[in-house]
Design a protein around this ligand. Structure first.
Ligand code: DC
Length: 201
């Protein structure tokens, strides 16, 4: 059985949580595609050429410490504007999407570029302030020291770069269902996603 769920949206909108729940509930494989860009960004921070890094990513790169750090997020967003970096990561993501038993991929361009034929497409969003608050709370729990205002500035900088790049910009696919989680609990957003998947299975 092949079944692909594409979940796109800006940073800290709730894509990861929704993806993990769907994967567990339906037995789908899950790929957080942001991790690929973060792994490339981290290697570039260590002095590597972006394209060389994108073409030679290893399992160890994807398990490197600190991939969730705010500066790695910015580095990821910067390498993600380079078309050759994006191109180097396409085949892996498409092959993953075809995993027997179903797959959920979350990112920025899954429904538009990577898997335009996905059975279910969600665009999960929320206001920048709500997302910054969530990320700030997560970062605090993880021991990072950025202020709320710094987190909001980072979220906005990343939104701006991810939305305005020429290649595969962040935007909903025409047939994506928009889920705005600004006023929703996580449980409500997850329930909506589960309903959409069940309707297509
Ligand atoms: O989802 P995330 O916050 O881990 O993503 C980090 C950065 O990677 C994001 O700011 C832009 C880039 N990215 C992308 O361009 N395309 C994707 N499919 C996933 C992430």
């Amino acid at each position: 059985m092949r079944f692909t769920v594409a979940i796109d949206g800006p940073a800290a909108a709730g894509k990861g949580t929704i993806s993990r729940v769907l994967a567990r509930r339906f037995g789908f494989a899950h790929l957080d595609t942001g991790l690929l860009y973060r792994a490339v960004g981290k290697r570039v921070m260590g002095g590597d050429d972006p394209l060389v890094a994108a073409r030679s990513l290893t399992a160890a790169d994807l398990a490197a410490p600190g991939l969730r750090d705010p500066e790695v997020a910015q580095a990821a967003s910067r390498v993600a504007v380079i078309p050759e970096v994006r191109a180097a990561l396409v085949d892996f993501q498409r092959a993953f999407a075809r995993t027997e038993g179903g797959a959920v991929l979350d990112g920025r361009d899954i429904g538009t570029v990577i898997c335009p034929g996905a059975e279910v497409k969600l665009f999960v969003t929320a206001s920048a302030e709500v997302r910054a608050r969530r990320r700030y709370d997560e970062d605090m729990a993880a021991g990072h020291a950025l202020s709320y205002d710094d987190v909001l500035a980072e979220v906005r900088a990343r939104d701006d770069r991810d939305t305005n790049r020429a290649d595969a910009p962040l935007r909903p696919a025409e047939d994506a269902v928009i889920v705005d989680t600004s006023q929703m609990s996580v449980d409500e957003a997850v329930a909506e996603a589960v309903r959409l998947v069940e309707a297509r299975l």
